[in-house]
Ligand binder design. Sequence first.
Ligand SMILES: [Zn+2]
Length: 399
Amino acid sequence: MEFELWWLLILPLLFALGWFAARADLRQQSKEARRLPDAYFRGLNHLLNEESDRAIDAFVDVVRLDPEAAELHFALGNLFRRRGETDRAIRVHEHLAGRMDLAEKVRDQAHYELGQDYLKAGLLDRAEEVFTRLAPTALATRAVFCRLEIAQTERDWPRAIALGREWLAIPIERLEIAEREQRQVVAQWIVHFYCEQASEAALLAAAAMPEGERHPRVLQLTAELARQRGDFAAAVAAWMNLGEAAPIYLAPVAQQVLEDWRNAGRLDEGILWLEDCHQREPSSDFVQAIARSKLVLEGLSAAQAWATRALTERPSLQGLESLLALREGALPTGQTDAESASSALSETLIRQLLRPQLRRVARYRCLQCGFEGRQFHWHCPGCHRWASCSPRRIEEIQG
Ligand SMILES: [Zn+2]
């Protein structure tokens, strides 16, 4: 009996405890709210009124009163940088970097952000200086990566190779998860850096990397260098390797490829080989190159029959244009036959109508940023990514 009475007392006691706890929590919260200095609200107000300079001054006051508000500064600086107001971002981060009373980690972070501001502002040598200074800190790996990007922007390939290799040599446990996934990508970049130098020695170095041995760009350059020294047999061998590794990369250079086969005295064999590549990775560039070579080797009717069949299998504007171009190039001018004269006239008309459309769809596009150009680029001029442009023309990406 006594036990039950005691039990009844517990409930109100629990209520009372809960009430006190809630009060205590509220008091704590209002105390923290009071601790947020007025300057913070002043800064926020300026920011909302788009008075960025005054907002910076107010937030500088906040950090003076409360050093833990550094995160706020970083957020503000990064906001300015994203909006393209790099001079303001630089002011904020310079202020943080110069505060000797802040923890070293915070100052290093501020230097890193400052480097990013300089990068965005295009002040590459200042950015390089800041990132170089971060070498002995915990941010060293990220700093090397940023310097690698600067070297690429400056097209300083020997330095890019050195920095890329330095970054790859960093033990994997010191890399962040996202950075670890980048390793394969950076190795591919280095192959491109070597290829940018386009010399025999650089090419040997690129091919010596595991990523470079069967890299389409290395194979293409091997063929081009072989052609320059007149060794067409070696050029043909390199093209055949490319045809095996990634035939679609033959498309932007298809005409030149068959030219090398012709110079090697093996054009008939080359045509059969390129037809096989076209079976595996169809492209209207292959159709065009093969049709032109067939015209030389086998005459108009064979070339025309082949191009018509290819066009029926895979209709494309570019394919149609190559077919029409065949006839126009091959037929003698000054027709006497009225019927063929009128058909030649209508074909000329069709080609004229095709031309503007063709110019639009015969471009190459970056699959990352949408940059479009008449030439195929290994390094996208729009977003500066490597191998992000498709070797297929727009018409065939869409089709
Ligand atoms: Zn791009």
